[in-house]
Design a binder for this molecule. Structure first.
Ligand SMILES: *Cc1c(COP(=O)(O)O)cnc(C)c1O
Length: 365
């Protein structure tokens, strides 16, 4: 069999360690997972209720077009239903778009470090990946512009960026979009939109769609909405473009339960507002910890924080793992001496911070 050559060195995505495995391995009773930017409070009761009411319909295929969710979300966003493309998480949307646009001889431009799946999918399609180093956690937009040529198909902007947590402000994004050639698709991955949208200079990307038909926005129900397990993500874009890539989408790529939960979750914006507020306070707990211990960090506009520990991130990761906390070592994220921590509940954050404080005090840790 002739597997594509570019797959030979490609590793499957390494997810955070499963809770049950860690319990067994370390003989721990309680495990707190703060590794995948999941909502520590779960999801809206309305979403749970919708799932409970769906228990008798598992035999029936979902509506492949997600009509009800589509109509509701379109109204919520102030766009047309035809401007939306749903995926089995936004990971799936990333896969659909890369399959539609990338091929050998084409290239794609992205920041580094950023979300791993842009590069991963581009490699599968045999396209050239052009990575531009972040500057102080931020996208180097001028550097990215300089990498664009006639064979560039997609430019990725992750805002807020995973794993640094900073966003591209409105002014910078406008200036950037003005200089992008019209044959290049700009993808704004806004997986953490809900946490950043209240910042005064956070761009209103949906409004920009009118001026830029080559702009596409990715969002998800996995992070703020707390529905990561049900896999619903989506793109918002130009109607004609969405229509053209639609054939790449698998017919039933968003499932019945996920669609119902997402639609119900949209009705509970109070849940989102309350979580975003609690997340902000949680970030403050970490900022205080960092300042008291002279650790540098990026002020975050997501539900996670990247902290520079000045020692191997894997060490900090293992120290916490043995004590019942799963976080993400920066080693796998392009920051070998940092750790990315999902903001938990106030109590979880305090416990984690107490352990870290202990670690820093004791040189043998
Ligand atoms: C989590 C995440 C995604 C993927 O989310 P899905 O669960 O697949 O919807 C996409 N982009 C970024 C930046 C993320 O952090």
């Amino acid at each position: 069999m002739n597997i594509k050559e570019q797959l030979l060195n490609l590793k499957p995505y390494q997810p955070g360690k499963p809770i049950e495995e860690v319990k067994r391995e370390y003989g721990l009773e309680k495990i707190v997972k703060l590794a995948s930017n999941e909502n520590p409070y779960g999801c809206s009761d309305k979403a749970t209720e919708a799932v409970k009411n769906s228990l008798d319909s598992f035999a029936i295929y979902p509506d492949g077009y997600a009509t009800e969710l589509r109509e509701k979300l379109a109204k919520h966003l102030g766009v047309e239903g035809t401007q939306l493309l749903f995926g089995n998480g936004s990971d799936d949307v990333i896969h659909i778009i890369t399959a539609a646009l990338l091929a050998p001889g084409k290239n794609t431009v992205m920041a580094h470090p950023s979300f791993s799946q842009y590069k991963h999918n581009a490699i599968i399609e045999g396209a050239e990946v052009r990575e531009v180093e972040l500057i102080d956690g931020h996208h180097d937009l001028d550097g990215m512009l300089a990498q664009i040529d006639e064979n560039t198909e997609i430019v990725w902007v992750c805002s807020p960026n995973n794993p640094t947590g900073v966003y591209v402000n409105s002014e910078k994004l406008h200036a950037f979009l003005k200089q992008i050639p019209s044959h290049v698709l700009v993808i704004m991955d806004e997986a953490y939109y809900e946490f950043a949208v209240n910042e005064q200079d956070y761009p209103n990307t949906v409004a920009l769609l009118n001026d830029y038909p080559n702009l596409l926005i990715l969002r998800t129900f996995s992070k703020a909405y707390g529905l990561g397990g049900l896999r619903v993500g989506y793109a918002i874009g130009n109607r004609d473009f969405i229509n053209k890539i639609e054939p790449v989408r698998q017919p039933f790529n968003s499932n019945r339960v996920g669609q119902l939960a997402a639609a119900a979750a949209l009705d509970d914006q109070d849940f989102i507002t309350a979580y975003v507020e609690k997340n902000k306070k949680g970030l403050q707990q970490f900022y205080t910890f960092c300042e008291e211990n002279n650790l540098t960090y990026y002020p975050s506009f997501g539900n996670f924080i990247l902290i520079h520990f000045k020692r191997p991130g894997d060490e900090v990761f293992h120290y916490l793992l043995e004590r019942g906390f799963i976080v993400r070592s920066g080693n796998a994220l392009g920051f070998p001496t940092s750790v990315r921590i999902t903001v938990g509940t106030e109590e979880q954050n305090s416990e984690l911070i107490a352990l870290l404080t202990e670690m820093l005090k004791n040189p043998k840790n």
